[in-house]
Design a protein around this ligand. Structure first.
Ligand code: NAI
Length: 468
């Protein structure tokens, strides 16, 4: 196969890579995107955000039908789980969305290469598939190879009994007891799915709190709600080993600060202790591309690596490992390559945990403001006092707004509550526009709406909420 030449070659077809490729093509650059997984979309679409949200939504319906419908005057005889059908629906959602990216590539004239991309030099990338190799010439290379589940020494995953998030998205039956290692986003989302479907769920967490680095008040409130739903938490414990027998896995754990070891048996164990940047086989050494102490590709403020014309974005570089952060970086890097002023505002990137209620945040936490010696005001409003939450019987949670004490500028918004993941968009816009809490308080919010809780929390910043 003869060499092909492109203005931009993107390695990785996840949310960072495919968006960078589409934006580059929109800007008139001849663009290729290489991905070794058959379907496009990376971890997010194939084994991450999308399938997990499909299962979260289905399992929420299942729980509602089993426990909540009666209070709405809806009688259902017997609610039964058809796990195979639930999984098939999830697969179909994934298939449709990944195919959608192929369609967008065709529409925008992005050339898709299926295979493993390896950087040979600052202007050449090899694509390997089934023992064959093509060489692509590239004026610009964008590394967007994402991340992989972090391994836990002593607890080897087999994707059957001891699983990563990938295995936990496709369990063939509901575990009797699911042990989750790590009280982060993945552990709480997938723990919620399997609890709703009937599993006993125990979460073991090394730190003495859940959801680090979110605001600790928000995390405490969330833990209280998740505990009430039936998830058990063992905080401040270190898992040191796992022994698999025919029927179960016995985990050994000890207090993180040291002390007597204990054991816990479960039929399935989910290891969700974070993710590591994925650069295997990428040829970083040969191309002399530098990485940092965490194995992330080193970049400057304009996504440039130390090698001219080679850029990197998404989970493989510094910052939050979030699909929407990667997407925004994908757009920015394409614009920079095209000579424009691409930019990402890292102060306005939301984080959402899709449990029910949802947990969402943007901007600074109280801990960060204290550490930075910033004087701030707090406004809180509970969903218990929000009329829409009352009508829907979704009253758990609250909105907390942190604003600068002197200027009233919104510095952070933290929400646990119904549709928090949607409500946070208003807060992102407020932070992006540098608005004050009073700006939110003076903005008309439709009634009866969950959004009124955001307005009331903004009023509470000035000690004048109406409904609480
Ligand atoms: P995480 O970093 O969110 O949480 C990992 C947790 O494991 C931490 O609380 C950590 O203290 C704990 N831990 C580490 N070692 C431990 C040990 N030996 N024993 C017990 N606990 C231990 O990582 P997670 O949940 O695996 O997620 C990975 C990435 O994927 C995150 O960056 C997350 O933001 C992203 N993600 C985002 C989603 C979303 O936006 N809704 C959904 C799923 C993942």
């Amino acid at each position: 196969m003869s060499d092909k030449a492109f203005d931009v070659v993107v390695i990785g077809g996840g949310p960072g890579g495919y968006v960078a490729a589409i934006r580059s093509a929109q800007l008139g650059l001849n663009t290729a995107c290489i991905d070794k997984r058959g379907p496009l979309g990376g971890t997010c679409l194939n084994v991450g955000c999308i399938p997990s949200k499909a299962l979260l939504h289905s399992s929420h319906h299942f729980e509602m039908a089993g426990h909540d419908f009666a209070s709405h005057g809806i009688k259902v005889n017997k609610v039964e789980l058809d796990l195979a059908a639930m999984m098939a629906r999830k697969e179909k959602v994934v298939e449709d969305l990944t195919k959608g990216i192929g369609f967008l590539f065709k529409k925008n004239k992005v050339t898709h290469f299926e295979g493993t991309g390896r950087i040979l030099s600052a202007d050449t990338v090899a694509v390997q598939k089934d023992g064959k190799e093509k060489k692509l010439k590239a004026k610009h290379i964008v590394i967007a190879t994402g991340s992989d589940s972090a391994p836990l020494p002593g607890v080897e995953t087999d994707e059957k009994r001891i699983v990563t998030s990938t295995g936990a998205l496709s369990l063939p039956k509901v575990p009797k007891h699911l042990a989750v290692i790590g009280a982060g986003v993945i552990g709480l989302e997938l723990g919620s799915v399997w609890r709703r479907l009937g599993a006993k769920v125990t979460v073991l967490e090394y730190l003495d709190r859940i959801l680090t680095p979110m605001d600790s008040g928000l995390a405490q409130e969330s833990q209280k709600i998740l505990k009430k739903q039936g998830i058990e938490f063992k905080l401040g414990v270190k898992v040191t080993g796992a022994k698999t027998t025919k029927n179960d896995v016995t985990l050994t754990y000890e207090p993180a600060k040291g002390g007597k070891a204990e054991t816990l048996s479960a039929d399935v164990v989910l290891v969700s202790i974070g993710r590591t940047p994925y650069t295997e086989g990428l040829g970083l050494d040969a191309a002399k591309i530098e990485t940092d102490e965490k194995g992330r590709v080193k970049i400057d403020d304009h996504f440039r690596t130390n090698v001219k014309n080679v850029y990197a974005i998404g989970d493989v570089v510094r910052g939050a490992m979030l699909a929407h952060k990667a997407e925004d970086e994908g757009i920015a890097v394409a614009e920079i390559i095209a000579g424009q002023s691409g930019h990402v505002n890292y102060d306005a990137i939301p984080a959402v945990v899709y449990t029910w209620p949802e947990i969402a945040a943007v901007g600074k936490t109280e801990e960060e403001l204290k550490a930075d010696n910033v004087a701030y005001k707090v406004g809180k409003f509970p969903f218990l006092a929000n009329s829409r939450a009352r009508t829907n019987a979704d009253t758990d949670g609250m909105v907390k707004i942190l604003a600068d004490k002197t200027t009233d500028r919104v510095l952070g918004v933290h929400i646990v509550g119904p549709v928090a993941g949607e409500l946070i968009a208003e807060a992102c816009l407020a932070i992006e526009f540098g608005s004050s809490a009073e700006d939110i308080a003076r903005t008309c919010h439709s009634h009866p709406g969950f959004g009124e809780a955001v307005k009331e929390a903004a009023l509470a910043v000035a000690n004048r909420p109406i409904h609480f």
